[in-house]
Design a protein around this ligand. Sequence first.
Ligand SMILES: Cc1cc2nc3c(=O)[nH]c(=O)nc-3n(C[C@H](O)[C@H](O)[C@H](O)COP(=O)(O)OP(=O)(O)OC[C@H]3O[C@@H](n4cnc5c(N)ncnc54)[C@H](O)[C@@H]3O)c2cc1C
Ligand code: SF4
Length: 325
Amino acid sequence: MRPLSYARVADVDSAIATVTQSRESAFLAGGTTEVDLVRQDVLRPALLVDINDLPLNRVEDLPGVLRIGALARMSDVAEVPSVRQRYPMIAEALVLGASAQLRNMASMGGNMCQRVRCSYFRDATSPCNKRDPGSGCAALNGFNRGHAILGTSDHCIATHPSDVAVALMALDAVIRTRGPGGERSIAIDDFFLLPGDTPEREHPLEHGELITAIEVPATPVASHSVYLKLRDRESYEFALASVAAAVRVQEGTVTEVRLALGGVATKPWRARRAEASLLGQPAAPAAFADAAAAELAQAEPRALNAFKVELAQRAIVRALATLTS
Ligand SMILES: Cc1cc2nc3c(=O)[nH]c(=O)nc-3n(C[C@H](O)[C@H](O)[C@H](O)COP(=O)(O)OP(=O)(O)OC[C@H]3O[C@@H](n4cnc5c(N)ncnc54)[C@H](O)[C@@H]3O)c2cc1C
Ligand code: SF4
């Protein structure tokens, strides 16, 4: 039995101050990640600081930027008409994640900070460098069918589980934070860290630093976008491979493209090689396949997840074909 305290705060400064006071404390939003991991004995906070009363749940479609409050619920964001019309890949990624009940609870800030689904991380006993730095990685030679083929290291190969973060990665979102040291804006590509030799560190957030909002720069290409998610079953399941794609075609030629991958990498993966390969090419299956192959050429599959190389390539081709047909 371990004591676990709970505090509910009403303003941002109190939330930051309360969590900063002790290394053993953590923010609590919807609790759909945090409470599971406490129950599983993977996380052992002494104090959970409930932030649900903070005024951070608005979604604002402002000139030049879509501003999503950190406490906006996944289900609410997916229903905002301007998100559905102008950023369909965001709405689709949200609706394809988790279950309706979870989406009603889960916050956008919590989604950015959700932890990996690697079963060795969650069983609280296997060697796992992410849970217990230096203990090893049971997945390297274990059951790694769901694990990453991009962005891996010898210390961790867990995939990043978020769907909506993939769409946000494709759209160059910015994570706004406030912490003991003041406010920061973190480009989403810098917000998700590769495992390298410190897989326990997943974000550049300092202890007590609160995500306040996610900002998506307005861009016309986002309105012509799609999120494709491939998984073992049609609902309530994480991606084996997913693609967030947006494309602009003029006179048959690709003039702008955004591509990001989920389910195959240790962080939401911006497919920059594929984007570079596609620009200026005909919007046709052969060019899509070349772009997909260029991106996946850097894949490092393991014993059980080699199928993801072809799966991801096919997903890229299908997403692009869907947008251009
Ligand atoms: C069965 C199941 C299936 C799921 N399927 C999917 C799926 O298919 N796709 C998908 O994308 N996700 C999926 N999820 C994950 C789900 O989306 C996340 O658990 C959820 O988004 C986390 O949000 P939360 O508000 O519940 O966070 P919490 O559990 O409250 O917090 C999660 C972490 O974030 C920290 N945190 C929360 N808010 C902030 C903030 N504002 N600033 C700084 N830190 C913060 C907490 O301290 C904690 O460490 C699934 C989850 C479950 C349980
Ligand atoms: S893949 Fe990462 S999370 Fe899974 S056991 Fe290895 S170190 Fe832990």
